[in-house]
Design a protein around this ligand. Structure first.
Ligand SMILES: *Cc1c(COP(=O)(O)O)cnc(C)c1O
Length: 408
């Protein structure tokens, strides 16, 4: 994407020079001040946790001023922020966020899963909204510090974790329709259990809709910006009234499948040569580049190349199930054809919050596609879910995907 001129100016902030006129400060985690809460909240029992309804005791806050740059970041008791009612984020939705998780490993140490990918995406989202830039390694250092302060909030049971929610919001005041030259970074933590009520083996139903569009080429669908999500709430309510859990978002006259709710989509289709196609739509601007999506593709390729064997995907004569991972567009017409031919073996959604959720039912034009019924997750979805949780929770090491959260 071409960088708009105002961003070229902000880019210079990273070098400490703003158009040669003034020096403004980058975000600096070494200037962190910590004010601990006098009263700590009781930690809820793991079994009672859902997703995102309880926050830990503390938060990180830092503010960007166009004259000064980033303020010294603070960790302080979680509480309301004070915002002018004309703030850019309230008027024009200049708000971007990330979602990642911290886990306690068998060594008792907290770790994050591929946080570099979340940090790069946060920077891209902020740039797309013309928000002031920041060093992502400083954001990551602040996330680590917050996790260390609130580490008693990390649940210990498998499938449970501490969800990390950084948000950068535009705080320029006034009603001019222009980029926000002020911003607030806020980082929160929330202990998280299974995303869907269906529990540890999540299965969801989706209804494909063509009347409303989540994302289109040239839009903002490939960024984690707040304004992508609220337009989906009304369609969600409509599909839920019809008995489905989520919207299956489509794009284009040919009804290409894009995402399910806020999850990337995968389908497993039987090939004539006995192997399996693992299909997910390509990153064409309509798809959020998910960390879970990327991890599934990488693990599938490693499995098929013989670098690892995914759990349960070895047949008795020790032939491995051959997965042909492909980023390629597919349409509802193809989905209907594959399902009529009995070739769809599994469909699933993937994202940090849920990890992997099986798609048990796909509604389209008043009917449901024929999908095989699995008890919980199908074998392919289960293989990825098991391996990804093993890596996230530190039972397995894979490349440099796990980052230990140690003192700064
Ligand atoms: C966050 C998100 C995903 C999943 O991305 P992860 O990095 O795997 O959590 C998928 N789709 C949308 C629309 C999202 O916002």
């Amino acid at each position: 994407m071409r960088i708009p001129p105002n961003m070229a100016m902000w880019k210079a902030v990273g070098n400490g020079i703003l158009e040669g006129i003034s020096r403004v400060a980058d975000l600096d985690a070494s200037k962190l001040t910590i004010t601990l809460s006098k009263t700590l909240k009781p930690i809820p029992k793991d079994e009672t946790l859902l997703f995102g309804n309880i926050m830990s005791d503390h938060m990180v806050v830092a503010e960007f001023d166009p004259e000064i740059g980033w303020s010294s970041p603070e960790i302080k008791p979680l509480g309301p922020l004070s915002l002018d009612p004309t703030s850019s984020c309230l008027q024009y939705g200049t708000s971007v966020f990330e979602g990642m998780k911290a886990y306690i490993g068998p060594d008792g140490e907290p770790r994050l899963f591929r946080p570099d990918m979340n940090m790069a995406r946060l920077a891209r989202s902020a740039e797309r909204m013309a928000l002031p830039p920041f060093s992502t390694d400083q954001v990551l250092a602040l996330i680590k510090q917050l996790i260390i302060v609130d580490r008693r909030w990390i649940p210990l049971s498998s499938g449970y974790s501490l969800y990390v929610r950084p948000v950068v919001m535009g705080t320029r005041t006034g009603l001019s329709v222009v980029a926000s030259d002020r911003a607030t970074l806020c980082i929160m933590l929330s202990p998280a259990g299974p995303y869907f009520r269906s529990g540890a083996k999540p299965t969801v139903s989706v209804l494909a809709v063509s009347e409303t569009i989540r994302a289109w080429p040239g839009g903002t669908g490939e960024h984690k910006v707040g304004l992508n999500y609220s337009p989906g709430f009304l369609p969600l309510r409509v599909v839920q009234k019809q008995g489905y859990d989520l919207v299956l978002w489509l794009w284009g006259d040919d009804m290409k499948v894009t995402e399910a709710g806020a999850m990337n989509v995968f389908v497993v289709v039987a090939r004539d040569d006995g192997g399996l196609d693992l299909l997910t739509p390509p990153l064409d601007g309509t798809i959020l580049p998910g960390v879970t999506r990327d991890s599934i593709l990488a693990l599938a390729k490693a499995h098929t190349a013989g670098e690892t064997t995914l759990p349960g995907l070895e047949t008795q004569d020790s032939q491995r199930v051959r997965l042909h991972a492909q980023e390629r567009a597919f349409t509802m017409a193809e989905m209907v054809q594959w399902s009529t031919e009995g070739k769809i073996l599994e469909a699933f959604g993937a994202g940090t919050a849920v990890v992997i959720a099986s798609i048990g039912k796909i509604g389209w034009k008043g009917k449901d596609l024929d999908l095989p019924v699995h008890e919980g997750l199908g074998p392919i979805a289960n293989a990825f879910r098991t391996r990804i949780l093993d890596i996230q929770e530190g039972r397995e090491v894979w490349k440099n995907w796990s980052l230990l959260v140690t003192k700064l």
